[in-house]
Design a protein around this ligand. Structure first.
Ligand code: SAM
Length: 295
């Protein structure tokens, strides 16, 4: 598919228009998150999502097309920088000043031509329609963000509006269909039963999301059901074209668990990669990665 000429999205002269409020409950989480980068759990997550994303980009656009990319909740910009290295024009958006500082420090280590392709902006994804026009981006990433919001609909609707015809929306969420796996495999029987009993009437079609649950550092974080997100994205005219599980076998690893040496690391990633695309394993992965496409 041939894309229209590259259009670089520029922020308004005064950015942001007003200081964005950090989302309730996120600041402590932001402080807890960066130290985990580079551990086994993080590497499995980032590597699998990268492979899945590259696969979808290649199928949809062909490998050479430079895309206009928005990474909402970019964090330390792992994916933003990776895509910019691949030649894409990337905007990273995040409400957390400390996180953006870390992202800017990482960007400063990149080659000048990569730096020139990246802009990092402060703001909440729900507000992106104020700054970017309709159809401004060919690829929008929303990875690990929805779990901190009370419901997924408003952010997904805002992102759908700025997605160009033919564009891809990549959404990574905690898997509301597999919440009993972690406590169950850890021998936390009460936790497993509570998670299983949560799969009750509140989760019937029509409910916006499954239920509240608790993320590893002990802060509240939601999980989303795939079926609900598939329905929401279809209603937003960004129907899901592919989905994957992420972290089927390594979710129980400690946050600080180090990477194994080669060749074990490659074998581990190969096993996770295969499980990520194989039923029923992917259905109960810790995370679900959905890729929707604007017709
Ligand atoms: C767990 S990190 C994920 C970072 C990155 N997307 C990744 O997958 O590696 C979540 C990020 O979402 C950001 N965030 C939280 N609420 C947000 C919102 N309403 N809009 C945009 N970003 C948000 C946080 O500041 C944080 O950097």
């Amino acid at each position: 598919m041939v894309l229209p000429a590259q259009r670089v999205v520029q922020p308004p002269a005064a950015w942001p228009p007003s200081p964005p409020a950090a989302p309730a409950g996120f600041t402590p989480r932001a402080q807890a998150w960066p130290p985990k980068l580079g551990g086994l759990r993080d590497v499995v997550r980032q590597e699998l999502v990268s492979r899945q994303l590259d696969e979808q980009i290649a199928q949809r656009f062909g490998v050479l097309a430079p895309l206009r990319v928005l990474d909402v909740g970019c964090g330390q910009a792992t994916h933003a920088l990776r895509l910019a290295r691949g030649g894409h024009q990337v905007t990273g958006l995040d409400p957390e000043p400390a996180t953006l500082t870390a992202a800017r420090q990482a960007l400063a280590l990149e080659a000048p031509e990569v730096q020139a392709r990246v802009q990092l902006l402060q703001g909440c994804g729900e507000d992106c329609g104020r700054w970017f026009g309709p159809a401004a981006f060919d690829l929008v990433l929303c990875h690990g963000v929805l779990m901190y919001l009370p419901e997924p609909g408003p952010l997904l609707a805002a992102l759908a509006r700025i997605l160009a015809p033919g564009g891809l929306l990549s959404v990574l969420v905690r898997n509301g269909d597999g919440l009993a796996m972690r406590p169950g495999l850890a021998g936390d029987w009460a936790g497993a039963v509570a998670a299983l009993r949560g799969n009750g009437p509140a989760d019937q079609p029509g409910s916006t999301y499954r239920r509240d649950s608790t993320d590893r550092p002990g802060l509240p974080a939601r999980a989303d059901r795939r079926e609900t997100l598939v329905r929401t994205l279809a209603e937003l005219d960004v129907p899901v074209r592919a989905w994957y599980g992420v972290r089927v076998f390594t979710d129980l690893a400690a946050d600080e668990a180090p990477l194994p040496a080669e060749p074990e690391l490659s074998a581990l990633l190969e096993a996770e990669d295969a499980a990520a695309r194989t039923d029923p394993y992917r259905q109960v992965a810790a995370l679900v990665h959905l890729v929707g496409a604007r017709p």
